[in-house]
Design a protein around this ligand. Structure first.
Ligand SMILES: Cc1cc2nc3c(=O)[nH]c(=O)nc-3n(C[C@H](O)[C@H](O)[C@H](O)COP(=O)(O)OP(=O)(O)OC[C@H]3O[C@@H](n4cnc5c(N)ncnc54)[C@H](O)[C@@H]3O)c2cc1C
Length: 296
């Protein structure tokens, strides 16, 4: 019998493991560019890549194309994100079977956001209401066949009534069989450290991996922070606001992510997940000279 597939195994080493998150491009030209950037990102020795599912209105069918292609290109493990949005349990099961067939090693199991224009998330008939139910489904239908990551929120999920309830709900996902938590992006590491302490106090024992986005301009920082409800620290906002020159803003954003990275390593994180938005320039500059990733 083969041993269970565990995502947590990447975080056992002494070196801080890194992973890169991609999204499915809408066009063939976008796919070509993604392939070039994946080749460049591979040089930073990531432990694995992930590809989002339906985020920001992107097509769901292309997620597994990206998973398969990145696996072929890099030979590295790849995770498919999967949400409960618009799918019955039967359709989720079919997706998981197809993901397995096309080489996905891990699943990032999510509930997903309410569709544009809806105030709250509504499960479809025969669908699932929360991410913990998706984790249960994966473990029931594909026991030990996927490593499973779930989402954690250092600044508390926007729909949660309070931080403790959000944490109790996070623990449900871990108890259902998730073996890693990857966090929503944040710009102030203190938010992450508070969250990590609270997870420990709540008895959550799986690796907690911070999610970092190297922003490249202030407009983008505001847009993404608005979407994810992440707070932009005053100092970062002031620095980015100082000058609207594109190169200047790129440098401030990348420097901020680099300072966050160094501080996180000094504070003992087992790994960092980078939201690279299918690009490689910002990640390249941010990681340049830092000794991260898998040891060769
Ligand atoms: C690392 C990461 C990757 C992501 N990738 C994608 C992606 O690919 N595609 C995409 O569309 N979105 C993605 N998202 C966004 C995510 O879908 C949203 O943040 C969504 O609003 C919540 O998803 P979740 O899995 O955290 O939901 P859940 O864990 O289900 O939580 C949703 C809300 O319900 C509450 N809750 C949870 N369980 C229960 C329960 N059993 N009973 C009562 N209340 C409960 C929680 O406290 C929370 O407020 C990602 C987010 C992160 C952090």
């Amino acid at each position: 019998m083969s041993s269970p597939i565990k995502l947590a195994d990447h975080y056992n080493g002494e070196q801080c493991a890194i992973s890169f998150e991609l999204f499915p491009p809408k066009t063939d030209a976008g796919m070509d560019l993604l392939e070039k950037n994946v080749e460049r990102l591979k040089a930073f020795q990531p432990s694995f890549f992930t590809c989002t599912y339906g985020a920001g209105g992107s097509t769901q069918s292309r997620t597994l194309d990206v998973v398969q292609r990145v696996r072929e290109l890099t030979g590295l493990p790849v995770a498919s994100h999967l949400t409960c949005v618009g799918s019955t349990v039967g359709q989720l099961g079919e997706y998981l079977a197809e993901a397995k067939r096309r080489g996905a090693d891990y699943i990032v199991a999510l509930r997903g956001d309410p569709p544009k224009g809806s105030e709250s998330f509504q499960a479809v008939e025969g669908g699932l209401r929360y991410a913990n139910e998706l984790v249960e489904l994966i473990q029931e239908r594909f026991p030990d066949q996927f490593g499973i990551a779930v989402a954690g929120y250092p600044e508390v999920h926007q729909e949660a009534t309070d931080a403790q309830t959000d944490l109790d709900n996070l623990k449900r996902k871990v108890d259902a069989g998730a073996d890693v938590i990857v966090t929503q992006l944040f710009y102030d590491n203190d938010d992450f450290y508070r969250f990590r302490d609270a997870c420990q106090a709540a008895g959550i024992r799986v690796p907690i991996v911070p999610g970092i986005l190297p922003v490249t301009n202030y407009k983008q920082a505001l847009r993404i922070a608005g979407m994810c409800k992440a707070r932009i620290p005053d100092q970062m906002a002031a620095a980015m606001n100082e000058n609207d020159d594109a190169d200047y803003q790129f440098k401030v954003g990348v420097d901020h992510a680099r300072v966050q990275t160094i501080d996180l390593i000094e504070n003992g994180v087992p790994g960092i997940h980078y939201y690279v938005l299918n690009k490689s320039d910002a990640a390249g500059q941010m990681l340049d000279g830092l000794s991260l990733g898998m040891q060769s």
